[in-house]
Structure formats: structure tokens, C-alpha cells
Design a protein around this ligand. Structure first.
Ligand SMILES: Nc1ncnc2c1ncn2[C@@H]1O[C@H](COP(=O)(O)OP(=O)(O)O)[C@@H](O)[C@H]1O
Ligand SMILES: [Mg+2]
Length: 189
């Protein structure tokens, strides 16, 4: 399902080139829950972001579902990203948009109809038990609720792949359990 072949990524920094990912190859099968573990700065986030091409590797191949992402046009990539959801450590919500609008964002950018958006966002918010907050703004939510909005946004396109980058590390242990409770069933469906 996910094939990373010899991925390399170097950043140009003020102190010169910094090799963040040095020739990593990984195969992840369908239904598999796969984690990258390593010290801070090891390159985990960079590698993860290569899977949906938020980060463009300098060399190597990213193949998702038999399709080589490194060779796709911007438009094709946007379409492909519909099948790859992502959640971040710091939620990355749109602060000036309601919970509903945040969850609707991935559908709006690809021109899904209003009716379909209504249906799919409602369903996503139901899954994370946040329907009653749909008109609220992120500033008025707890950390756990923000992360649940981020989950709703990530799953609204019904992706085949869910990329999670330290999604519970900003949360207390109890809220971490709640977030894992929502994520766990997704790994088996
Ligand atoms: N956009 C960037 N520009 C320059 N250096 C970066 C950038 N993103 C990450 N880095 C550097 O690349 C290395 C790997 O970072 P990262 O992938 O975030 O590691 P991890 O997620 O394992 O903590 C670190 O040294 C980090 O400082
Ligand atoms: Mg990281």
C-alpha cells in the first residue's frame, strides 16, 4: 500500500545542508499500523510528510496504492491526497473558521457539492462526538476537542491512509486515551 524507496531529504539551513532523511526504504501493507520511532530531530516528521508529498524528497520514490507520487502533477497530487488523511501534534486548525468549516476544508478545496459536504462533515463530526460543537471556533475548545476536529477533518474524505504525527504528545494522559479511543477503530476498518 505504501512503498518508500530510498528516500532522501536534505534541508538547506543557515548552517549549511542538513540531511534529515538518509535513504529510507519502507513497505507498509494495507491495514497495517506502522510507527516511526526515533529521537527528536531524527527525521520522523520529514519522512511522514514525504508520504503525502507535503515534503518533496530529493531522491527516491513514494508509491501509494501502486501510484508513484513523485511523478504526479500538482492537480493529480491534490486528488491523490484525498485518500491520505493527516493529523498533527498541534492540530493545525483554521482559527477563524468554525469546527464545521474546518472539517469541511478538504472537501471544499476540491469542489465537492454543498449537499455532499453537509452529509460527510456531519458524519465525520458524529464519529468524533463533536456535532454539538460544529458552530464553535477552535479557540473555545479543549486540546482534546481540537484534536478530534483535526481527526474529523482528516477522515472527511474517507481516506485509505491516516498519517499521524505525534498526535497525542500535546495532550494529558486521559485525553490521550480518548484520542486513541477514536483512532483505534479506524485502524481496523
Ligand atoms: N523545514 C525545515 N527546514 C530546515 N530544517 C528542517 C526543516 N524541517 C525539519 N528540519 C530539520 O530536519 C531534522 C529532522 O526534523 P524532523 O523531521 O522534524 O524530526 P523529528 O520529527 O524526528 O523530530 C531536524 O534537524 C530539523 O531541525
Ligand atoms: Mg516530528
Amino acid at each position: 500500500m505504501i512503498d518508500l524507496q530510498n528516500i532522501e531529504k536534505t534541508y538547506q539551513t543557515a548552517n549549511g545542508p542538513l540531511r534529515a532523511v538518509n535513504g529510507v526504504s519502507v513497505h507498509i501493507g494495507k491495514g497495517e499500523v506502522f510507527g516511526f520511532i526515533g529521537f527528536s530531530g531524527a527525521g520522523k516528521s520529514t519522512l511522514l510528510r514525504c508520504i503525502n508529498m507535503l515534503e518533496h524528497p530529493d531522491s527516491g520514490k513514494v508509491i501509494v496504492d501502486g501510484e508513484e507520487l513523485t511523478s504526479l502533477s500538482k492537480k493529480e497530487l491534490l486528488k491523490k491526497r484525498q485518500s491520505i488523511g493527516m493529523i498533527f501534534q498541534h492540530y493545525n486548525l483554521l482559527l477563524n473558521s468554525t469546527v464545521f468549516k474546518n472539517a469541511a476544508f478538504p472537501l471544499e478545496i476540491v469542489g465537492v457539492t454543498k449537499d455532499a459536504i453537509q452529509k460527510r462533515v456531519t458524519r465525520s463530526l458524529e464519529i468524533v462526538d463533536l456535532r454539538e460543537k460544529e458552530k464553535e471556533y477552535p479557540a473555545r475548545l479543549s486540546g482534546g476537542q481540537k484534536q478530534r476536529v483535526a481527526i474529523a477533518r482528516a477522515i472527511v474524505t474517507e481516506p485509505k491512509i491516516l498519517l499521524c504525527d505525534e498526535v497525542t504528545s500535546a495532550l494529558d494522559p486521559q485525553t490521550t486515551q480518548t484520542i486513541l479511543h477514536y483512532l483505534k477503530p479506524m485502524s481496523t476498518s
